[in-house]
Design a protein around this ligand. Structure first.
Ligand code: AMP
Length: 285
């Protein structure tokens, strides 16, 4: 496996790979890899001669109050997990390489960036869109693989790719979960034993939301109340948002129509750890 740290080297390698007939699948990550990341690498490896995994903890998508300085890192372990999953190249630039002195360009996606994470983390999706665009310029992938775990992020990236006409096909892959349903996340390492047990309530709440819809409920209030009842039993959970929204636009409605695809979205804080999760569901007829 090759480790590349500069944009120029990455671009040269991408050109060489393409000239040699290989397509490139790319998996952008912030490292501290787990099986969710590995599942994206495996999916990319099924379809591409070369998988490039980027590992870059992107300061631009963290607010000053966020967890940038304590974000977990273990590059040696990441190399082993990435290679075992089928990664051929790790692109791991430094902050100075990605944001050279005087950096002054931001990609700001409107619409789907605004609610939920966008409202709670101002500037977050500007940071995401800008870094993903820069990664695409460096890696020149044919296709890129993202996790449904960060559902709103996938919509933001798809919007940007369409609007800028970037020649990259975006895939959204299913969320990998622990045995009790908790979505795998690099941030789960922050949780104490007690908090870790409490965190399983996120999955239970989303599952209750889905079963409420499957029983025929179409009213947003009733769906959200059912999920809220699960979370409210857990002491120490603070809800940032808990919602049902149109899966394509993230617009919210009082009542959803039969056949409409919706996403159940939540963000909570348990102690000092902020966790997000979601599930997709179709409103019944
Ligand atoms: P991160 O390192 O948290 O920025 O995540 C990098 C990529 O992995 C993003 O596309 C995430 O959505 C995806 N990802 C994170 N957690 C999971 C998971 N549990 N299952 C599937 N994909 C995930």
């Amino acid at each position: 496996m090759r480790i590349i740290t500069t944009v120029e080297e990455m671009q040269t390698l991408a050109r060489e790979l393409r000239a040699a007939g290989s397509t490139i699948g790319c998996v952008p990550t912030m490292g501290y890899l787990h099986d969710g990341h590995a599942s994206l690498i495996r999916a990319a490896a099924e379809h591409h001669g070369t998988v490039v995994t980027s590992i870059f903890v992107n300061p631009m998508q963290f607010a000053p109050t966020d967890d940038l300085s304590r974000y977990p890192r273990d590059f040696e372990r990441d190399k082993i997990i990435a290679e075992a999953a089928g990664c051929a190249v790790i692109f791991a630039p430094t902050v100075d390489e990605m944001y050279p002195a005087g950096f002054a360009t931001t990609i700001s996606v409107g619409g789907v960036s605004a609610p939920f994470e966008g409202a709670h983390r101002p500037g977050h999706y500007d940071g995401v869109a800008t870094v993903v665009a820069k990664l695409f310029v460096a890696i020149a992938p044919d296709e890129a693989y993202f996790g449904q775990k960060d559902y709103q992020q996938t919509l933001v990236v798809r919007r940007m790719v369409t609007d800028l006409g970037l020649p990259v096909k975006i895939h959204t892959m299913p969320t990998r979960r622990e045995s009790d349903g908790l979505a795998m996340s690099s941030r789960n390492v922050y949780l104490s034993e007690e908090e870790r047990a409490q965190a399983a309530a996120l999955y239970r709440a989303l599952s209750v939301g889905v079963s409420t819809i499957e029983r025929g409920e179409r009213q947003a209030d009733a769906i959200v109340d059912a999920m809220h009842a699960v979370l409210s039993m857990i002491p120490g959970i603070t809800i940032d948002y808990l919602a049902v929204a149109d899966a394509a636009t993230l617009s919210t409605h009082e009542t959803y129509a039969a056949g409409q695809e919706v996403v159940l979205l939540l963000a909570v804080r348990i102690g000092t750890t902020r966790l997000i999760d979601n599930m997709l569901c179709t409103i019944g007829g």
